[in-house]
Structures are given as C-alpha cells and as structure tokens.
Design a protein around this ligand. Sequence first.
Ligand code: ZN
Length: 242
Amino acid sequence: MKITIIGHWGGFPKVGEATSGYLIEHNDYKLLLECGSGVVSSLQKVIDLGELDAVLISHYHYDHCCDIGPLQYARQIKTQLGEINNTLPIYAPNNEFFNLLKWENYTKGLCFNEKSILKLGPFEISFIKNVHPVESYSIKIICDNKILSFTSDTSYFNELNEFFVDSDILICESSFYANMDGKKAGHLNSKEAGMLAEKSKVKKLILTHLPHFGDLNNLLIQTKEHYKGEVILAEYLLEVYL
Ligand code: ZN
C-alpha cells in the first residue's frame, strides 16, 4: 500500500495546501480518502483526476468533503473531452448531503454505516461510528495483511482501542495540544492520540488534522510521552509505504 498525504490541515488549508485528503494506492487501484478544501488542486500534483477509482468520505464537514463539487466538474469535463468514460463512486454516510454525491452520470453516491464492510479493489474497509457533532466514522483499511487505520474526526472513546488494534499505521487526528480539551468540539488532543496508539498497539502513528496555532513539534513531544512507537507529523505530499 502506498499512502500520499494530499492534505492534513484542520478547518481550512494553509496557503497552497489542503485540508483532509489521502490517496491510498495498491496495484494501480487509486482510492481517495477524504476530499477537503484544496484537495482537487493538490491531488493533481500526484495523479490525473481521471485516474481515481473511488472516493471515500468519513463525514460531511467541509474540511473533509467540500472539494467533491470541483471533483464532479473535473470528471464531467474529462468525460466530455473523451479522456474518461466511467462513473466515479463516492462512498459516504447516508444523511442530508448524500444526494449531492450524484452528479448526472459522472459521479454516484454509495452509502455505508458502521456495519458495512466495503470491498474496493484490493481494499477491505470497515467502520466504527465516531463521537463528533455530525455522523462521522473511523475507518480501517486491510490490504495484503496490512492494516491502515484513520480516525477522521472524533473525541476519545474506549471502543477505538479495540477497533484500531495492531494497525500497521494509524493516521490520527490531533487537533489540539495536550493541555487543551478537544472533547466539546469532538476532537482529540496530542495526549489522547498517544494514548490511543499505545493502547491499540499500533506500529506507526501519523498525526494529522493539524492546528493552525502553536508549535507543531510540541504535538510530537506530547504524543511521545504516551506512546512508545514511531510517530511523525503529516506533511504535504508525504509518501508513506506499508
Ligand atoms: Zn469534522
């Protein structure tokens, strides 16, 4: 599996970068996990938008989904130019924004819930419902006996430890520093990210959904106080293999 971090900022993108977006590839299959602001522009630094096989959205907050519209127009224009000839499936929760995922025959919406097990190309994907102001899911992707996990947006709850157990990589949000309480907003702080990774025995931790304030290196320092494994900060267009 190859993971490319297309965007990793919480809320809004830094200049020239993007909010949540992760390109997950294996054997030429290309899955876009999250499609936040700036993702459509940034993704084109890595692949052509016509190459995507599927999109998966954890929840309908703008920093995770608002570039779906531009992506739909891109697929329309590429179809009209004769570059592509297939409908892009977009997997997402079934609530009030679900109908927007269908754009003529260019994209279509397919829903999942926490009981779903999706088989997308080489990926087997399962879910647990997060604690967040809107319906949101943590996501586990299994491929070739490797486990890639992703918290999306959530505050801490015990069932996450079991869901993420033995992940090879956990991409974990750290929206706040250790001395800040993220619970009210439905987010994790750096201490909770470390505790979650330690209890789940994950092999490698990538902190993401990063805040626009403070010294981001302190997130690493604070996380390491609670987690003995390898931890790094998400970086724009960083490639990670597992
Ligand atoms: Zn959110």
